[in-house]
Design a protein. Structure first.
Length: 89
């Protein structure tokens, strides 16, 4: 009787170990995919970034987060928010 119980415990342990290993591999794969997608994201200079490559419409308003700027003159470049200020490159 003792051997049957030990066999059963060993079988249950090995089954649970396989399930945990399988879940661990699945979680590792999911984390790797998430890491890859984050690494593929372009880096921005601040908390938000807008690049104007062509001339915008006159008197256009640019808003990043709670910061807003009215562009009166023809402007090309990159605007970004950092430390609660709007910057231009």
């Amino acid at each position: 009787m003792k051997f049957l119980r030990e066999d059963w415990v060993s079988k249950v342990f090995n089954t649970n170990k396989q399930k945990i290993n399988s879940r661990g591999r699945c979680l590792k794969y999911q984390l790797d995919e998430k890491r890859k997608s984050i690494m593929d994201m372009p880096e921005s200079k601040g908390e938000g970034e807008i690049t104007i490559g062509q001339m915008p419409f006159p008197d256009i308003r640019l808003q990043i987060k709670s910061l807003e700027k009215k562009l009166g003159v023809l402007t090309k470049g990159t605007f970004y928010a950092e430390n609660n200020h709007l910057h231009f490159d």
